[in-house]
Each structure stands twice: as C-alpha cells, then as structure tokens.
Design a protein around this ligand. Sequence first.
Ligand code: ATP
Length: 332
Amino acid sequence: MDHREDGPVSDPIIRIEGLTKRFGAVTAVDSVDLEIARGELFALLGGSGCGKTTLLRLLAGFETPDSGRLLIDGHDMTGVPPHLRPINMMFQSYALFPHMTVAENVGYGLRREGIAKPETATRVAEALEQVKLSDFAARRPAQLSGGQRQRVALARALVKRPKLLLLDEPLAALDRKLREGTRFELVRLQAELGLTFVMVTHDQEEAMSMATRLAVMHAGRVVQVGTPHEVYERPVSRFVADFIGIANIFERDGHWTVLRPEKIALSPQRPTTLRTVQGKIIDIAYEGDRSLLRVATDGTVMIVSALPDSAHQRGQSVWLGWTDGAEHILAP
Ligand code: ATP
C-alpha cells in the first residue's frame, strides 16, 4: 500500500481533526490532524513523552480531548465510550487473568457480552488458530513464554472482531530475538485479516520494518507522516532525519543537507564523484553485516557505513565520495 504523504488518503477509517489533549500545563497532544486508511498497519512513532500513548488512548476513548474531533468510519466519536467504539486495544502489559486458562482469557470479552457458549467456543478456537496457539488452550498464562503470552493478548483482542486494533508497544515486553520474529508474525496476521492496526512504538526500526505508513511525533505534534521509505529518504526536518536512522546533517550554501551513511563511498584515493572530502577514521563500530565508521573531516565528523573490512584502521586517511543525488536538502 502506498499512500502519498501529502493530501487525503483514500478510504480513511480514522480521521483526526485538530485533536488536542492537555494535562494541566502539559499539552500532550497538540492540534493533531491525521488520516489513517482502512487496512493500514499504521505506526505512531516518537520518543518518550511525545504524546503517542495519549493519542492512542484518545482513539480508544480512554481520554477525552479538550478540542478537535475524531471520526471512525465517518462517525464522530465525541462522547462515545470505549466499549461502544469499533475498536479493541492490546495493552503493553497484556493484562491477562492469571487464574484463567488461555481459552478462558481469550473468551472473556465474548462471555461478558453475553454471547452464547457454542459461538464463543468457535470464535475462541478460531482466534487461537490465527495466533498458532491451539495446542495451548488449557494452559494458564504462567505456563507460557513471553512470546506466547503476547499472542494470547493478541487473540483476545482479535476475537471481538474489531474494525480497528490499537497496539500499545506490542513487542516491548519481548527479548530482542523474539521481537524480530514477532514483527513478521504481526505483519502477516494484519495482512491476512485485512484489519487496520494502529501501533504505538518508540522503536524506529520496528516502525520502519512493519508499518505501511507512520507518523513521527514530537512534543505533542505530528511532525511528519509518510511511508517508511518517504520518511527515511525525504525527512522534513533535522529532527526527523536524526530520529529515523543515522544521518549526517551539515549546512552548505545556506541549506541543511542530510546524507545517509550508506550513500557515501569510502576509498583510499580521491573518488571521481561530484562530492568528495578527505578525512581520517577515528572510530570503527563492527556490526557483523556492516561497520559504521566515524571519519573526521575538516570541520565535521561523518558517519559512513561500509562492508566490514579488516583493512580499515583507526587513524587511516581516507576519501569519502558521494553523488549530488545522494543528498537530501531540507526546506528552509
Ligand atoms: P512514553 O513512550 O514515555 O510512554 P509517550 O509518547 O507515550 O511516552 P504520553 O504518555 O502520551 O507520551 O505523554 C505525553 C505527555 O503527557 C507527557 O509529558 C506525560 O507526562 C503527560 N501525561 C500523560 N498522561 C498524563 C496524565 N494522566 N496526567 C498528567 N500528565 C500526563
């Protein structure tokens, strides 16, 4: 799915207009306008305190905005309580009941709604199948791994068949290795079910690798919306360039210029590219599949990504070269 960052999205399921939420002197969400299309896996991304969780809670109805409007499927949600919104939320803590089995946890919401036992059983079985936990239905949460608990929480959210699933840092409680595998699982499930997912994360790698589009937030505001590719290649500001991935940011001819480390070639001799600069390697961070080198040039330190090569040494003189097209010039 490729939505342009400028202009309205086709078939929006969520429309947010000038939404603002204050807590005393803090404006947690500040005049946010945003549209999310049906079927997207949309990420709200930002550092601690930027307002992403508050925005998610406004969507769910756990917070009431001070001003602005929120429409879901064209319906104004003002005054609509959480349980009457076509939404379900998966909490970061999972909030599973320890005394209930997996199946009872997943079926809890349906039982509370008074749905008949046979239908509840069928839907629970279907949800457990979707998250590949059919064999674990009789276990209790304490008898599961962290990853399995995460999938129970997901099944419990999916079983209600919401139009919209909100996920608050869905992978934060998992260790790094499991988190990477689970990313793919979540993306697969979202695509298979055709639901709209809105996910909050502070992890830019997670947002970049999973989202169809993302909103970068800073100090309560949405500072950029776009596909991961657009946001990485064409950040709108120094803040976004720096927040998403690694960026060399320097001023030239009165413009701030962004140059990503992988767009710079490193060579012992002066390269033939339009842009060249000479420097000295001051640091090498080996990362297995690549090395990140810090190169001191006249006036600035550049970060360069290179294939790991034992020939690179600290203190070595090198040339950096890149094409004009590799640079992204920020609007003044
Ligand atoms: P984190 O990743 O640290 O959870 P966040 O981006 O989700 O951060 P929010 O939880 O939305 O940030 O908080 C935004 C701002 O609003 C912060 O300054 C926070 O302290 C404040 N805030 C959030 N909830 C409340 C509340 N219930 N009462 C007072 N202030 C609040």
